[in-house]
Design a protein around this ligand. Structure first.
Ligand SMILES: *Cc1c(COP(=O)(O)O)cnc(C)c1O
Length: 397
């Protein structure tokens, strides 16, 4: 038997974390890492945040799980709090991002179905998109590495280049239900939607009775320096998926919608055994207790400016390695120049300089620190990155 008990679908590296302290991870042998990966934008408050851990501990001892067949004071109050702070009128809680995407796709299809437009099933999505790993979510991307061997996939998707409004509009026909798009692409290469692109999609939706579905699973929940990334664009979506930062490490996601967009989602149309259970809701409330404190998003924006500014100063010293800085707020990416390879550079920073970052598409590496970093962490990151750039040898091929 050579297969590992843990199904070998991840290229797991040598870092084996056993403890977390704020912005640091501690490995099995006691070694420390500055965690600017944050569980891929999940640990918004870092590790072991006292308010979050206390809330989870207390709720676990009080009531962990009950069926969604019962009334949910915990779910009602978290949903109300989210609704009070964004475009949405209603929330469906899930356990992951991909499940939130499934709910968004179903909500969009049902909307047109109950509007007597059952033929409107096609969602236009974008090259390099990442929406998760369920069959629905991989159908919504055209990245072969996620789709190969899993056909037949869900029909009803078409793909346009990201940030190419003309190309997206050219795909619209009488069967189009709407657009599904990351406001800021994460896994695909940390590219922010342009103002013209996101606003143009909104306008097309308004004109043609289509739905704008934003995937803010990575870029939402404070990551870009606002509660949600769409706030940078002066528009609102009809449906939006969130996850990652929403539970700060507790598995939680949500599909948010306006009353109009959710009109087809009536009793019996959707469900989840665990979705929105009291333990998850306690985690979600604890995150909002901290994030909705005055000044939290301003802090993210300010730290994002600092970090970007520091990267901008560093870049010219290594113009053989680094091409450009991408992203918004504390969702930053640096595009590398060949022969430098981002995946390889991430491993180098990790193994030789104790700095954790994440690789992304288009030869970019992602810098996704906890949202609660201070200037000292930025200084430490820049020091490690600078030393890492100086000592890095690109693979010769
Ligand atoms: C991570 C991510 C997902 C998938 O979330 P899971 O919790 O892994 O299912 C979907 N969309 C985006 C933009 C993501 O970053």
């Amino acid at each position: 038997m050579s297969i590992t008990p843990l199904m070998p679908v991840y290229p797991r590296c040598g870092v084996r974390p056993v403890r977390g302290e704020g912005c640091y991870l501690i490995g099995e042998r006691g070694e420390r890492y500055l965690d600017f990966a944050a569980g891929i934008a999940v640990n918004a408050l870092g590790h072991g945040h006292p308010h979050l851990t206390k809330a989870i501990q207390e709720q676990a001892a009080t009531l962990m799980h009950v069926s969604n067949l019962y009334g949910s004071p915990q779910g009602e109050s978290l949903a109300q709090r989210i609704v009070d702070n964004c475009f949405a009128d209603t929330v469906f809680f899930t356990n992951s991002g991909a499940e939130a995407i499934e709910c968004a796709i179903k909500t969009a299809r049902r909307y047109h179905y109950v509007n007597d437009n059952p033929h409107k099933t096609k969602l236009i999505t974008f090259n390099n998109a990442f929406h998760g790993r369920t069959l629905g979510a991989i159908s919504a991307t055209n990245q072969p590495k996620m789709r190969d061997g899993f056909e037949p996939l869900l029909p009803g998707f078409a793909y346009a280049p990201f940030n190419d409004l003309e190309a997206a509009l050219a795909l619209v026909d009488e069967n189009t239900a709407g657009f599904l798009v990351e406001t800021v692409q994460g896994e695909g290469g940390m590219t922010a939607g342009t103002l013209e692109f996101i606003q143009g999609l909104r306008k097309a939706c308004d004109e043609h009775g289509m739905l704008l579905i934003l995937d803010e699973i990575q870029c939402g929940y404070g990551r870009t320096g606002k509660f949600f990334a769409y706030e940078h664009y002066g528009i609102v979506p009809d449906i939006m998926t969130v996850a990652k930062g929403i539970g700060g490490g507790f598995p939680l996601g949500a599909c948010l919608a306006t009353e109009e967009a959710a009109k087809g989602m009536v009793i019996g149309t959707h469900g989840s055994t665990y979705g929105g259970n009291p333990l998850a809701m306690a985690a979600g409330q604890a995150i909002l207790d901290i994030m909705l404190e005055p000044g939290f998003f301003d802090h993210v924006a300010a730290m994002g400016e600092r970090l970007r500014g520091a990267f901008e100063q560093l870049l010219p010293n290594h113009d053989d390695l680094f091409e450009e800085i991408r992203g918004k707020g504390l969702m930053l990416g640096i595009k590398m120049k060949e022969p430098a390879v981002s995946r390889d550079f991430v491993a180098h920073l990790r193994d030789n300089h104790g700095l954790l970052t994440v690789a992304a598409g288009e030869n970019v590496f992602r810098v996704l620190p906890p949202l609660v970093i201070e200037e000292s962490h930025i200084a430490e990151c820049v020091e490690k990155l600078s030393a890492g750039a100086a000592s890095y040898k690109a693979p010769t091929s």
